[in-house]
Write a protein that binds this ligand. Structure first.
Ligand code: DX5
Ligand code: ZN
Length: 231
């Protein structure tokens, strides 16, 4: 009998972009109590993307809140939508980020930036916009902990999932399998209970959800509904 593929360990990463900014610490605690696996932290600079969010000081302030009731830490997953990359990546590593992803098209020396993030003690990821080619993965997959596929154009929460992302997710999954490495495949933008199953079937194992989680009053039942679709 052929060996069946092991079920991936799925992770749900609520994006605090959709949280109440006036109560961010409480929002982080509430969403962790509701079952969040990671906290997704969207950094926008009003240059690489047409919006402006929060920086390393906010990350440092939220770090003590990113903890479960049993004391275990919840990874802070920093998604840099900024240009240039290196200075802010270093500042976020100092501020307590666990994973740092950036867009290769926002960066001149991608390999050097990946090395710097790893040297600072963080896991490193590359993020790909809907129209961005994956070619850089040929030369970077051996250094990556995460590939982030954007399923909306970056800059705003609450947009609709772009279906072409499914094909891209399948391609990234094949590249990861070929590498034989343990690389997370995260999908970001427009994820909800109606599409999360098809996104997982295409090969994703980590799901950013902003408005789908923070837009509902009961975070726990929303996160459970997402998990049920993955079961
Ligand atoms: C978009 C951000 C996403 C966004 C997802 O630029 O990278 O993380 O917050 O939000 P939703 O889930 O609302 O599409
Ligand atoms: Zn994001």
């Amino acid at each position: 009998m052929p060996a069946s593929k092991p079920t991936p360990t799925y992770r749900i990463a609520p994006s605090i972009l959709a949280a109440d900014f006036a109560r961010l610490g409480d929002e982080v605690r509430d969403v962790i109590r509701a079952g969040a696996d990671w906290i997704h932290f969207d950094v926008m600079d009003n240059h690489y993307v047409p919006n402006l969010t929060f920086g390393p000081m906010v990350c440092a302030a939220l770090k003590p809140h990113a903890v479960r009731a049993d004391g275990t830490r919840v990874p802070i997953d920093v998604h840099l939508m900024v240009q240039p990359v290196d200075e802010l990546a270093a500042a976020f590593a100092k501020a307590g980020a666990d994973l740092i992803s950036f867009h290769p098209d926002a960066c001149t020396h991608v390999d050097r930036s990946l090395q710097a993030i790893k040297a600072a003690g963080c896991q490193a990821g590359l993020a790909f916009n809907p129209a961005a080619p994956l070619s850089v993965l040929e030369w970077t997959i051996d250094k990556l902990d995460l590939v982030l596929v954007m399923s909306v154009n970056p800059g705003f929460g609450g947009q609709s999932f772009i279906p072409g992302a499914l094909t891209k997710i399948e391609q990234v999954r094949r590249l990861i399998e070929r590498s034989g490495r343990d690389v997370r495949l995260e999908v970001d933008g427009g994820i909800n209970a109606d599409n999360i199953r098809s996104v997982a079937d295409s090969g994703a194992d980590t799901f950013v959800a902003g408005s789908a989680v923070f837009g509902k009053p009961d975070y726990a039942s929303t996160i459970s509904a997402l998990r049920e679709r993955l079961a």
